[in-house]
Design a protein around this ligand. Structure first.
Ligand code: 1CP
Length: 358
């Protein structure tokens, strides 16, 4: 692997120069010999080393203990060889910090026993001081940056306001988030007030992450694809735009709004890097975002069940289609628990070999 240094990198809490800064250079639009590669949900259940810690500590203990966050975050860097680490945490720590109880039930996913149903419920939530309520995240970022010692960049993240509203109103995961969407349509003033509170919290939170040392942050709008293009403009885009504009001066931002291919042009206009899922052709994604935006994606995670040889073939084709520059290789959504580690490695190796070929 070529060791590239970037003398301009000044992570807030460390003087360490990044030895591998491909991710930052791809986001800047530099000419590269190969694109960087990382995987959404790369710190997770497909890794036996994660499962050991999962059996010992409950979910929020794992999120709130900087030493555990650090260990879990670095596991895929050591084991799979990705070009970036993403902080082990969850988007639901924000609703928790705003005052809602969030439970993570093994095998069942998240649940919020007292969700928001009307404006009267707003008495139970606030825009918190994140340096107080989420200080454990910033502590974890500092420890992880120190331990990474410049090996690869660290990605911080948060959930976008519409996706967090989905959980805060529905009270649990859902395929349709019908109650959350009905809340938006029947009580739009309350929905906008709630999303503005989430936005104000998220801006503080992502800036604090950058100041603690996150090199890049990603905003996950995992459920925005449930909205029509017109409703995305009303309920998702204004908040994404506010967040990107406020955070961009502090570090590069990637927006991943799953399923919302119809909004790629508007999202790219914010100046963020843009994640795409597998439901769009690379050429159309490029056409919609224009020549100056860095794209990220879009390998179907289910294809990681193919043989390593077939994975490599598919990865080569994907890079041929997206091009090397202004592109970050990733999945089109999170890696799933049944993927063999060797297949995840084949995915990453294919990208590194693509570089060797050129
Ligand atoms: O061990 C376990 O069983 C817990 C599974 C798990 C993990 C590993 C959850 C519960 N969260 C996480 C970590 C996590 N969550 C990361 C870590 C960094 C990484 O490796 O990527 C990140 C970035 C998230 C973000 C997240 N949480 C999103 C957005 C990304 C996406 O996948 O769309 C969402 C929607 C959540 C909510 C959530 N947390 C956990 C689960 C199972 C879910 C999804 C629930 C649902 O289906 O609605």
């Amino acid at each position: 692997m070529s060791i590239i240094t970037d003398s301009n990198n000044t992570a807030a809490n460390t003087n360490t120069v990044l030895k591998n800064d491909l991710l930052l250079r791809a986001l800047r639009g530099d000419t590269l010999s190969r694109p960087p590669v990382w995987m959404m949900r790369q710190a997770g259940r497909y890794l036996p080393e994660y499962m050991v810690l999962r059996r010992k500590y409950d979910f929020f203990t794992r999120c709130q203990t900087p030493e555990l966050v650090c260990e879990i975050t670095i596991q895929p860097v050591d084991i799979v060889g990705v070009d970036a680490a993403i902080l082990f945490s969850d988007i639901l720590v924000v609703p928790q910090a705003m005052g809602l109880e969030v439970l993570m039930e093994e095998g069942k996913g998240p649940s919020l026993p007292m969700p928001i149903k009307s404006i009267e419920d707003f008495s139970r939530i606030t825009v918190p001081d994140v340096s107080d309520k989420l200080h454990y995240v910033m502590d974890a970022i500092k420890l992880t940056k120190q331990t990474l010692n410049g090996r690869v960049p660290l990605i911080g993240f948060a959930g976008a306001p519409f996706t967090l509203l989905c959980y805060m109103v529905q009270g649990k995961g859902s395929k349709t988030f019908d109650e959350a969407k009905s809340f938006c349509f029947t009580q739009p003033e309350a929905a906008h007030q709630l999303m503005q509170m989430i936005t104000d919290t998220t801006i503080q939170y992502l800036i604090a992450q950058a100041k603690a040392g996150a090199d890049v942050v990603q905003l996950f709008d995992s459920w925005s694809g449930l909205l029509s293009p017109a409703d995305f403009e009303i309920f998702a885009m204004p908040y994404i735009k506010q967040i990107v504009e406020a955070v961009k001066p502090h570090c590069p931002v990637i927006v991943f709004a799953k399923g919302s291919w119809y909004a790629l042009e508007d999202m790219a206009a914010t100046g963020a890097g843009i994640g795409v899922d597998w439901c769009i052709k690379p050429a159309l994604a490029r056409k919609l975002v224009g020549a100056n935006t860095t794209l990220q994606g879009n390998f179907d995670p289910a294809k990681l069940m193919l043989s390593p040889a077939e994975i490599k073939k598919e990865v080569n084709k994907m890079i041929d289609d997206f091009g090397i520059d202004k592109y970050i290789v990733n999945l089109g959504h999170g890696i799933t628990p049944l993927i063999p580690v060797d297949n995840a490695k084949a995915f990453v190796d294919a990208v590194k070999e693509y570089g060797a070929k050129n």
